[in-house]
Design a protein around this ligand. Structure first.
Ligand SMILES: NC(=O)c1ccc[n+]([C@@H]2O[C@H](COP(=O)([O-])OP(=O)(O)OC[C@H]3O[C@@H](n4cnc5c(N)ncnc54)[C@H](O)[C@@H]3O)[C@@H](O)[C@H]2O)c1
Length: 359
């Protein structure tokens, strides 16, 4: 039986969700956006039969099994809960919500509806991540003692005064927006339970137009800019593993870098994307390597994988459909999303209180 999907939000990620859902054999039957004209335009561009100006109208007027949320972060939890309560599976863009307590409420709704709840941690669906996870699972890496996660930009503020820079709508700046590498590091480490977190955030350049990224949403001159532009943190886990992290939209770094580096008991490794000066995916340089000792030599082994400019976005959406249909294991679980959001909440709390935080 074909899985029928509805989409909420005609945002930038729609292309990838649509590509992935269709690639997995699903049918996209409806789209809703509070801006009804945006929903209509997206419906005609993507060959989607029905367009609605509200989710309530879509729930009443379309028949579907699953829904994907491509809306500003503040609406992730309330909309996901509304769809789960209506008996739909939910695929939600990252971040899972604006804080951990909202994720807890989403999990309650998913459990009582007995429906799949997944998040778009698309970097787990990159070929590099599949390859590295295989080395982790087959014992080649050993235990990952320590990892360093980075998504750093020199000039990457996604528009001034819009929802991204308004804490009440986004939950925060790059710490919550660029959470992918923290997630990927914790994923490779086996999602250990966090113990303690120490962090600091900075908001330099949050009003400085020189630091605007080449994508994002239009500026709003009367809007709010009250989120951080950079965050640094250190996480210890109950297992004894440790993770350091650096994320920024605007920070004095050489170039945009997206990476996880780790040190295992048998091998270390790196998954890295370095962006070109235009900051766009197509000009990026990808590296995937394993580091180990063999025959008295230090080996750095290049791991060859297919190119994946979209950073796993379509593959991640396809995995949601296959997870619903039971043909693939889900790439992420609600419990992992909750653990990640607890770490993020704790970094904000540590920055606020200037104290280490126990989770
Ligand atoms: N996984 C990734 O690589 C990636 C990349 C970019 C953005 N995102 C995520 O996608 C989400 C959307 O980001 P965006 O850049 O597309 O935002 P956007 O502002 O461009 O688009 C969001 C759309 O949602 C609509 N909308 C807003 N509130 C709504 C509501 N309550 N109900 C229905 N529609 C509503 C808006 O009218 C707009 O058309 C965010 O959570 C963001 O973090 C993920």
């Amino acid at each position: 039986m074909t899985t029928k999907v509805a989409i909420v939000g005609a945002g930038g990620m729609l292309d990838y969700h649509a590509e992935g859902f269709r690639h997995a054999g699903a049918e996209i039957v409806a789209i809703a956006d509070v801006d009804e004209s945006a929903a209509r335009k997206a419906a005609s561009q993507h060959g989607i039969e029905k367009a609605f100006g509200s989710v309530e109208a879509m729930l009443a007027g379309a028949d579907f099994d699953a829904a994907s949320m491509i809306v500003p972060n503040k609406f992730h939890a309330p909309l996901a809960i509304e769809f789960l309560n209506a008996g739909k599976h939910v695929f939600c863009e990252k971040p899972p919500a604006i804080n951990a307590s909202e994720v807890e409420q989403m999990i309650v709704a998913a459990t009582s509806a007995d429906k799949v709840l997944m998040f778009n941690f698309n970097n787990r669906a990159r070929p590099e991540s599949y390859a590295m996870m295989e080395f982790v699972e087959n014992g080649r890496v050993g235990t990952i003692n320590s990892a360093q996660a980075k998504w750093i930009r020199r000039t990457g503020i996604p528009g001034f005064g819009g929802w991204f820079t308004t804490k009440a709508l986004s939950g925060g700046g790059p710490l919550i927006d660029l959470l992918h590498m923290v997630d990927l590091a914790m994923y490779l480490m086996g999602y250990p339970e966090p113990a303690h977190v120490l962090g600091q955030t900075f908001n330099d350049f949050i009003e400085d137009k020189q630091f605007k990224g080449p994508w994002g949403i239009p500026d709003n001159a009367d809007g709010i800019n009250d989120v951080e532009t950079a965050a640094h943190g250190f996480v210890t886990f109950k297992t004894g593993q440790v993770l350091s992290l650096q994320v920024s939209w605007a920070e004095m770094v050489k170039r945009e870098e997206v990476s996880v580096v780790f040190q295992g008991t048998r091998a270390g490794g790196k998954i890295e994307r370095l962006f070109g000066s235009d900051g766009l995916d197509d000009t990026a340089i990808d590296t995937c390597e394993l580091y180990f000792q063999e025959g008295g030599k230090s080996i750095s082994q290049k791991i060859e994988v297919d190119e994946c400019p979209d950073m796993g976005r379509a593959r991640s959406a396809a995995n949601f459909i296959r997870a619903i249909e039971g043909t693939e294991a889900p790439l992420n679980t609600p419990a992992q999303a909750l653990s990640l959001m607890r770490v993020i909440d704790a970094i904000y709390e540590s920055a606020r209180s200037k104290q280490p935080v126990t989770i």
